[in-house]
Ligand binder design. Structure first.
Ligand code: 5GP
Length: 121
């Protein structure tokens, strides 16, 4: 499987602002934040997209969500609200093919991602 920029971050070959790490996951600040808080939570294991998740990796996926939950509490936006997103494939805007949860918070966030203007295009 092709290595991505996130493997280089896991292996400390390129720098990142890491906020959490354990044996199976890593969380760091997005280089191009789309909200006042924009973190990426990734498994250390290389999985390209949601389509590539195996049945025996369900626990790992659940783990990413518990990391998101704990970071939200630690950083103090668990009660005000936050968004967790995982893009899958080209039309969803996935650009790094190593699965990652986006954790966004810090201001009211827009919704929906598919607007009336886009429907007319
Ligand atoms: P995607 O578009 O695949 O859902 O999200 C990939 C995210 O990775 C983007 O939000 C992008 O800003 C972030 N990103 C890409 N390259 C780097 C990098 O080298 N360092 C960090 N911290 N974030 C990155």
């Amino acid at each position: 499987m092709a290595e991505t920029i996130f493997d280089k971050i896991i292996n400390r070959e390129i720098p990142a602002d890491v906020v959490y790490e354990d044996d199976i996951s890593l969380a760091f600040k997005d280089i191009n934040p789309q909200a006042p808080v924009h973190l990426l939570i990734i498994p250390k294991q290389q999985i390209a997209t949601i389509n590539d998740i195996q049945d025996d990796q369900k626990e790992l996926l659940g783990h990413l969500f518990t990391v998101a939950r704990d970071l939200a509490k630690e950083m103090g936006f668990d009660e005000t609200g936050y968004r967790v997103v995982m893009n899958c494939g080209e039309q969803a805007g996935q650009s790094v093919f190593h699965i990652h949860l986006h954790l966004l918070a810090g201001k009211p966030l827009g919704w929906p991602p598919y607007t009336d203007k886009m429907k007319q295009a």
